[in-house]
Design a protein around this ligand. Structure first.
Ligand code: ADP
Length: 448
């Protein structure tokens, strides 16, 4: 059974029960009150007519035919006729004798004073001259009275049915609007299962279902992006592998065929390409280890300044050749920090080699370390090209190349690896950059 049907049925059941109960209660109280009203009315008329008779005649004899004439007593039963409906009152005279029988009280019977006390007294000249005893609660209704009660009951039935119909329509509408977001989500999930990852469902409300819809949208967007970047990365890696392999293959073929002479420079070129392949494979292995949570850190206490000095040493020569200044600065006193020096040098190395790549001759690359609030802050600042704001949020993603046209020797994994290693140390890495003025990459590491 569909959710819409279930919800509609539930709404209908709830409202039918409520409407039904209300209708039954109203119906019961209406008939009860109406009967009471009729009894009271009849009783008043009866007492008034009986008193009037006694006042004019000074005695009770003949009161029954007088009341019968006024329609307050049922006519005398003729032989062969159905007995008339009995009136619900008995009249007792001042001698406690029944003069108009009804129910258990027979004509001429003497009534006990205890029973009389419950009746309605009829007085004349300050004396009790008779008593009215009520013998039934259900008075016989006249045609008009019956019609009135029927029409009240009919209106009640119409109102109940109308209420149920409105409840059904409202329930149908509510059920549809409640189930709609779930239908959207189901359709989108099916589409995702078929490989169409970029799915967005409308967020129709600010409640739990709305939250589910926006969480789904977020998940789908993230999945689509991750999938896209995985495809991009595979393509980039294939491309990065093919280039050096083509060079190596071409050289080896020419050397084998004697077309090229084996000179030290040619072996240098071959060796550079192989080194590049080795680095790429190593980067990929590192990232996959980090992904699997299997990258183990060899932590040891390290002075942050030693770390920076060590990391820059490897690049001083290259910086000089490019006409760049490579400096290390300490700001204030620094404590030793527990980290994996080899991995952290790799991070700094990636940042320095990027800075070297994006800074013109005459520029300066500054590494600094400072300490505050239980954290050590390392930074690599350059006054190079800077990073365009639109690519800034993406540079730590895998295989993202800011400069798409660049057929460089880098894999585009440098910053992704840096982030993995820093996060593994419990730290954070970030960047501030002004296009044309340079970039400042920072790393915050907790002291403990
Ligand atoms: P790549 O191998 O492409 O350098 P990275 O992950 O190291 O990969 O860097 C990603 C991108 O971030 C680079 O392609 C470049 O666009 C940008 N970038 C990184 N460092 C700098 C920097 N110091 N100055 C300008 N742009 C930078």
């Amino acid at each position: 059974m569909k959710l819409t049907h279930k919800l509609t049925l539930a709404f209908l059941l709830v409202s039918l029960t409520a409407v039904g109960l209300a209708a039954i209660v109203v119906w019961a109280t209406t008939s009860l009150e109406f009967n009471k009203y009729l009894v009271d009315q009849r009783q008043e008329q009866f007492v008034a007519a009986a008193s009037e008779y006694y006042r004019s005649n000074g005695r009770w004899e003949g009161v029954d035919s007088a009341l019968r004439q006024q329609g307050l007593l049922p006519p005398i039963q003729q032989p062969g006729q159905t007995p008339p409906d009995p009136q619900p009152f008995a009249l007792v005279d001042q001698d406690r004798k029944v003069i108009i029988p009804s129910g258990p009280y027979q004509s001429g019977e003497k009534i006990q004073t205890g029973v009389l006390a419950k009746g309605i007294k009829i007085e004349f000249d300050g004396l009790v001259v008779g008593t009215l005893l009520i013998t039934g609660q259900t008075p016989v209704r006249s045609v008009i009275e019956t019609r009135y009660l029927n029409s009240v009951n009919q209106s009640l039935l119409v109102a109940a049915l109308g209420g149920a119909l409105i409840a059904l329509l409202l329930g149908l509408f509510l059920a549809r609007s409640l189930a709609q977001p779930l239908r959207d989500l189901t359709a989108a999930t099916h589409a995702m299962a078929q490989g169409n990852l970029k799915q967005q469902v409308p967020v129709r409300s600010a409640d739990e279902v709305g939250e589910l819809a926006s969480a789904f949208n977020q998940m789908s967007a993230d999945l689509a992006r991750a999938n896209q970047s995985r495809k991009q990365m595979t393509a980039d890696i294939a491309h990065d592998l093919r280039n050096p392999l083509t060079v190596i293959g071409g050289y080896l073929e020419s050397l084998r065929d004697g077309i090229l002479k084996p000179t030290p420079q040619r072996f240098d070129t071959l060796y550079t390409e192989v080194r590049h392949l080795q680095r790429l494979v190593e980067d990929l292995r590192l990232l996959s280890l980090a992904d699997a949570g299997e990258l183990v850190l060899q932590r040891q206490p390290v002075n942050p300044m030693d770390l920076l000095e060590h990391a820059t040493a490897a690049y001083q020569h290259q910086a000089q050749q490019q006409g760049l200044q490579l400096e290390v600065q300490a700001e204030g006193l620094l404590s030793e920090i527990s980290l994996d020096p080899e991995r952290m040098e790799q991070v700094l190395g990636n940042l320095i080699s990027n800075a070297l790549r994006y800074t013109q001759a005459g520029g300066t690359i500054r590494l600094a370390a400072s300490q505050a609030a239980g954290q050590v802050m390392l930074s690599v600042q350059d006054d190079g090209s800077g990073i365009a704001p639109e690519i800034l949020p993406h540079i730590f993603e895998r295989s993202y190349r800011g400069d798409v046209s660049r057929q460089g020797s880098e894999s585009g994994l440098g910053l992704a690896i840096a982030r993995s290693i820093v996060e593994l140390h419990g730290g954070r890495i970030g960047v501030e950059s002004t296009p044309g003025a340079g970039s400042r990459f920072w790393i915050r590491l907790p002291l403990h």
